[in-house]
Design a protein around this ligand. Sequence first.
Ligand code: MG
Length: 418
Amino acid sequence: MKEKILHVDGDAFFAACEMARFPMLWNKPLVVGYSIASAMSYEAKKLGVHRAMPIFEVKKTFPHMAIIGTHFELYHMYGDKLSSVLARYTDRIERYSVDECFAILTLSEMNKYGTWENFLLTIKNDVQSTLGITFSFGLADTKVLAKVASKYEKPNGLTYISESNREKVLKKVPIENIWGVGRATAKNLQRIGVKNAYQFVKLSESYVDTYFHKPLAELWHELCGRRIMNLSDSLEIDLAKSFQSMRTFKPATDNKIFIASELSNNVEIVCARMRESDLVTKNISIILKQGEYNVSQIEVVMPNYTNSPSDILNYLESSFDKLFVGGTKYRQTGFVASNLKPRAHIQNDLFNVQNNILENSRGYMSIVDVIHNKFGNSSIGLLSSLNAVNQMNDKKLVDEGKDPYIWNLPLPYLGEIY
Ligand SMILES: [Mg+2]
């Protein structure tokens, strides 16, 4: 076959994302949820915590259990990152859920790695080193078999189902564990002596066609290795198509330097999100808002793709001058990056300009990202965003009932980087 279907599935995904943020939780029993356990680490599962267990019960039974609330935005961020790593190897990806993807891998791409197993291992290592959490990988001829494969050795599994090991694998898969086989169907199949996936595929085609409804017959074909199901219609990478940052400030102001600083801060926020997901853009727009219905916006197409705030701000300067009307009081700025593309898909040009732009910013921006992760997003930034960041910090302190004058130590001036 010229192509295979890959299925990737996060291992105890919510718990893993939380552990990646708080490494002291690593390999510890951990429950994620507010009132009930939404998810848990393998260690907590071993102790007997189950899904939907009330948190008060968890606390009572396991007084030393680490319990943490859910952070869906974080999990989606990791999901975005997973697709962006997969996009380095294929552009046919279906995001099935927050921690699951199907993808089509082609024979010609595989040839670069020698074997399907090697190709699979390369992608798995790439995902792991980029995200810092483990996923289980399954590769097979059909979607249903790929699902079986990723589940086969979970957690941290890697299974390739080929013609030669298919029967051996299917013998170990209980019928009720097959994707799409509900409890009632499983019971009916068990009644006719079908206890595992192997016994299921051994039924004859005429039997299947006569006695089973269409979805179950299709499942049978898929388990036999005949592809019925394709990736969801679009066959396009379901990455976020645009990112934006808007912020309202009070009071409204006509101070151009302050407004420019707000915009610069918007740009930094959006660029950080793009880098998180390894995305770049050419299409940017800025928004200045006076009131709900009084909005001005300007769109710019840059000559090259980037996710560096200083590159983008260079292009925005003249547009901002055009858009900004002196003496007008604005109360909100916004920045949108649209038509986002995975960095790995960007073609270089004849004079290497595009590559240089991406590589130049990548070096120092990755250091900025490390500092952000360690010390928070306002720990380092462009001087042009300073006014906005200071005001934001002041507001946070006032909200917490603290006096900004005492608490907000000025950022030390460490010099400028060109
Ligand atoms: Mg999962």
